[in-house]
Write a protein that binds this ligand. Structure first.
Ligand code: C2O
Ligand code: CU
Length: 464
């Protein structure tokens, strides 16, 4: 295994050693941090890290001390435990994005759990029911905490999965750094009222355009999570045959070639890539959205061709998500809109000081002990269809905690019946998302462009 970058040493230590991220022989990964009797320790820390050429950045936040947050590995159907220890000044929590956990483990302050203050800890314990690619992040003062580094990828393994020749896990995110390498203002209000404020340095696993080696003619399972607070990506793979095999932790009903496939903050993409036969050939993963297409990471073929074939790859096991009953489902209208601009209330979990957005005309007041009423009270075990409409000129990755939905139809395009926790709704789109309210508790629903989330585009369902 080798990682080649322009800034070799530092990062390969951070990438491979501490985090266990990068390219590894498939199968050899099983077990670390999985089903151990003692909890995985996730301790927040403020470190200095090298995120761009020429300067190192102070006050980068991570779990652990040695570089980017570790890839957390779990196994489908096996108990997992982790202890969050807070080593930074800001209170924090962990949310296990996309994993259908019991409500008490969901990490949302006020609604669900107390803050974890500096020096305190909180124990998380749950059994992930679904296999796939997920991620974890704080749910407190998120624009700053996630913006400064607190985002990590989760792989929930399924021993029944088809065997790949290699696996690569990548965490895609930006940083808002000035020329001196230090953090600049986290957002600009006028951008928060539009598509959000973009980062200035773009990275994969905290590296600018890392290159990974992969066996020539082999099948690579690439798991990518978009953990950026703002950026929507459009994926393409150049130089190799590639197929989308899963999205947002669930296998796709029909595999397809990623051709400018749009994925928003919070979403995950799993690709099967068939490496070229020739040694030294380069495969690139690109973001082709917007005016400045970008190579995110590259793979280099090494060794004699394994001559494997994408078409031989078995299908992934479908996750045990309850099937929505369309005949009895109640409909929940949900309109995303801009709101009259006003000043929002202060909160321990950080307020951006503005509200620009609303769900069903109500802007979320911030994380308070006394939030607005739930969007709807749902009956445990019943089926629902969210009729979601985007009345704004921007795309929004809308994320539901605690339950997975199925995409039923869209007013603007043909859709596969994808099972997911986050839907990227385009301007003027109306979409139907069906789900069974089978997880009791209060479950947030919000835009994962964090500036939108924190300036009003948040609400919650109550399942009783
Ligand atoms: Cu990944 Cu409420 O978020
Ligand atoms: Cu949004």
């Amino acid at each position: 295994m080798s990682v080649l970058t322009r800034r070799k040493l530092l990062q390969s230590a951070a990438t491979v050693g501490a985090a266990g991220i990068g390219l590894s022989a498939a199968g050899k990964l099983a077990g670390w941090a999985a089903a151990k009797p003692e909890p995985l320790i996730l301790k927040t820390a403020s470190i200095e890290a090298r995120l761009m050429d020429g300067a190192s950045t102070k006050n980068v936040l991570t779990y652990g001390e040695a570089g980017q947050p570790p890839v957390v590995r779990m196994r489908k159907g096996e108990p997992f435990t982790a202890r969050l220890i807070n080593g930074i000044d800001d209170p924090t929590t962990i949310h296990w994005h996309g994993i259908r956990v019991p409500n008490k483990m969901d990490g949302v302050p006020f609604l669900i759990q107390p803050y974890v203050y500096r020096g305190d800890h909180f124990d998380y314990a749950f059994t992930p029911p679904d296999a796939g690619t997920f991620w974890y992040h704080p749910h407190c003062n998120t624009l700053i905490q996630m913006g400064h580094g607190l985002t990590g990828v989760i792989v929930v393994e399924n021993p029944k999965d088809a065997a790949f020749d290699a696996e690569m896990v990548i965490n895609l995110r930006d940083w808002r750094l000035g020329d001196d390498g230090q953090f600049i203002e986290a957002f600009r209000p006028r951008d928060a009222a539009r598509a959000g404020t973009f980062g200035t340095v773009r990275t994969a696993n905290w590296l600018e355009q890392p290159q990974f080696d992969a066996p020539a003619g082999g099948l690579v399972r690439l798991r990518a999570a978009i953990t950026d607070v703002t950026r929507i990506y459009a994926f393409r793979v150049d130089g190799a045959e590639a197929a989308v095999i899963a999205l947002d932790g669930n296998p796709v009903p029909q595999r397809f070639t990623p051709d400018a496939l749009q994925i928003g903050p919070g979403q995950r993409l799993e690709l099967a890539i068939r490496m070229p036969d020739e040694e030294g050939a380069i495969v690139s993963l690109r973001d082709v959205r917007g005016t400045k297409p970008k190579i995110l990471a590259t793979l280099r073929s090494v060794g004699k061709s394994l001559k494997h074939d994408l078409r031989d790859l078995g299908s992934l096991e479908v996750n045990p998500v309850a099937e929505v009953d369309l005949s009895s489902a109640r409909r929940i209208p949900l309109a995303l809109s801009a709101t009259a601009e006003n000043v929002s209330v202060d909160s321990i979990c950080g307020s951006l000081g503005y509200s620009f957005w609303a769900i069903n005309k109500v802007p979320w007041p911030g994380d308070t002990p006394d939030p607005t009423a739930p969007l709807a009270e749902l009956k445990l075990g019943k089926s629902y269809i969210i009729d979601m409409e985007n009345l704004t000129p921007h795309a929004h990755p809308i994320h539901l905690h605690g339950m997975s939905f199925k995409v039923l139809s869209s007013s603007t395009r043909p859709v596969q019946p994808l099972v997911s926790d986050t839907y990227l709704i385009q301007p003027d789109e109306k979409v139907q998302l069906g789900f069974v309210a089978d997880n009791p508790g209060d479950w947030l629903l919000h835009c994962h462009i964090i500036e939108h989330q924190k300036t009003g585009m948040t609400s919650y369902f109550r399942v009783v």
